[in-house]
Design a binder for this molecule. Structure first.
Ligand code: HEM
Length: 453
């Protein structure tokens, strides 16, 4: 994906047209053109692309594929299964059930910290591996409940193999199965994951799963072949976990590598914390209803999504369509692909100021140019999981900053670098994960951290 961003960054034009193996590609590099594109969500459709992407990724039957991709075209009026799934997710996340999910996620975080095994402070920790493991367990617990299959090491391994091969699985979906299974490591991971999710979905454990998992299960059962139900759940897991984990890593990296920022966040969490005493220990309660008043923390997470975004917004042109006017009017041909170069939009100095190419944690505390912020998309297909993901990450960071200090083994923090070439995610992990020492803060051993509803 980085390749398309690089073209957008190099040319910085409203639109760059290319042709690749006969497919027309339109790369969007300005916010004005992006807004025009998004005004026609059915003719220039993210969902049509997304439906194809998911079907290639999970490897489903022709019937399931047909049902999942149906009624997404410009003139179609029928009920779309994909749209119903997105609408259901939005309904849940914007209702009391969504608030309960946020709070449940935070309680899982505090429970996890109580039993977390942090290596002794003289033992170096691979920061990305550590946070990936912790966050994968937390996000999957919050989706699937206590009997979450992701706790098993072989399922965790399968998930990462699947995640790392997302692009490969999609681009080789037209190859015969026997070649695919030989050349693609992710295929095997996916199949292990599918089996584990199949067992989970058809057991009583599913009742402990989130309302989103249960609603999708009902929807999938009604429209897909039985054997494809866990396949589409596999895509759901990937969609909601794959960005949350690297975003958490970068939030941790930026917060702990900047002492002033760390102190600011600690101060804000302190303000919303009360203490009680229980014999030997002090219990600290962070007020969940006021968590969002830790504005610097939430702003830092959004700044990660701006500064570390490597993804592109992909759309398929479902009918010949004109966009723009005057010398910037373009005809987009049916079947073409529109790629919104998020990085070009995120690094535009005219919009973000002279420090556009720097991480500024407080950037999102004030008013921001929301159209130019594509970290969670915008327009009709904006991310409905944004609040949930940010809340989850913020809850983790809130306890992390209060309980631990992190210092790089090498003495000074070094930019770990990012390589977005191989990933379908919006945020890529580091090229070189920092090795760090984690130390409980002074006096923190006798303190327990909780969240209070
Ligand atoms: C840090 C974590 C996340 C990031 C960075 C992220 C990013 C994005 C982006 C950029 C889009 C828009 C794609 C486009 O228009 O081109 C999107 C869409 C979407 N996201 Fe997220 N996402 C995150 C977490 C989640 C979670 C946790 C969920 C579910 C609970 C979720 C569910 C969705 C859905 C359903 C859509 C499609 C919306 C539609 O087509 O109407 N996301 N996400």
């Amino acid at each position: 994906m980085q390749y398309w961003n690089d073209i957008g960054l190099t040319w910085r034009k409203p639109m760059v047209k290319l042709s690749l193996f006969g497919t027309r590609i339109y790369i969007i590099g300005s916010v004005e053109m992006m807004a025009k594109i998004q005004r026609q969500p059915r003719a220039i459709s993210s969902r049509s692309w997304f439906a194809k992407f998911v079907c290639s990724l999970v490897g489903c039957s022709p019937r399931s594929m047909g049902n999942f991709q149906a009624h997404l075209g410009a003139t179609s009026t029928g009920d779309s299964m994909l749209l119903e799934g997105v609408r259901a997710t939005k309904r849940i996340l914007n209702s009391k059930a969504g608030t309960d999910m946020n709070h449940n996620a935070a309680h899982l975080v505090s429970e996890r910290f109580k039993c977390m095994e942090i290596p002794r402070e003289t033992v170096p920790v691979d920061l990305f591996a550590w946070i990936s493991r912790e966050m994968l367990q937390l996000v999957s617990d919050s989706a699937y409940g206590h009997n979450n299959p992701f706790w098993k090491p072989e399922i965790e391994k399968a998930f990462w193999e699947f995640e790392e091969s997302t692009l490969a699985l999609c681009t080789t979906s037209f190859l015969p199965d026997f070649i695919r299974s030989r050349v693609i490591r992710g295929f095997q991971g996916r199949e292990i994951l599918v089996k584990a999710l199949d067992r989970y979905l058809n057991s009583t454990s599913r009742r402990e799963g989130s309302p989103i998992v249960n609603t999708h299960f009902t929807l999938f059962k009604a429209s897909l072949d039985e054997s494809d139900v866990p396949r589409f759940e596999c895509a759901n897991a990937l969609g909601s976990f794959a960005n949350t984990i690297p975003t958490s890593f970068w939030a941790l990296y930026h917060i702990f590598s900047d002492q002033r920022l760390l102190a600011d966040i600690r101060r804000q969490i302190d303000v919303i914390t009360t203490s009680t005493h229980d014999g030997a220990k002090t219990i600290k309660h962070i007020d969940l209803r006021r968590l969002k008043s830790a504005t610097v923390l939430f702003s830092a997470v959004e700044e990660v999504s701006r500064f570390r975004a490597v993804g592109v917004g992909v759309r398929v042109v479902t009918e010949d369509t004109f966009v723009g006017e005057g010398e910037h009017q373009y005809l987009l041909k049916k079947g073409g692909w529109v790629l919104i170069a998020n990085r070009a939009l995120h690094s535009d100095r005219a919009v973000w100021g002279d420090d556009a190419d720097q991480f500024r944690a407080g950037r999102f505390c004030g008013k921001t140019p929301h159209l130019s912020f594509r970290g969670f998309g915008n327009g009709a297909s904006a991310c409905c999981g944004k609040n949930f993901a940010e809340y989850h990450i913020a809850a983790f960071m809130a306890i992390m900053v209060m309980r631990y200090d992190i210092a790089p083994v090498e003495g000074a923090w070094k930019e770990p670098g990012q390589d977005g070439r191989d990933t379908a995610a919006q945020v890529a992990g580091p090229v070189k994960s920092p090795r760090v020492y984690m130390r409980p803060r002074e006096g923190s051993q006798a303190v327990e951290w909780n969240f209070q509803d």
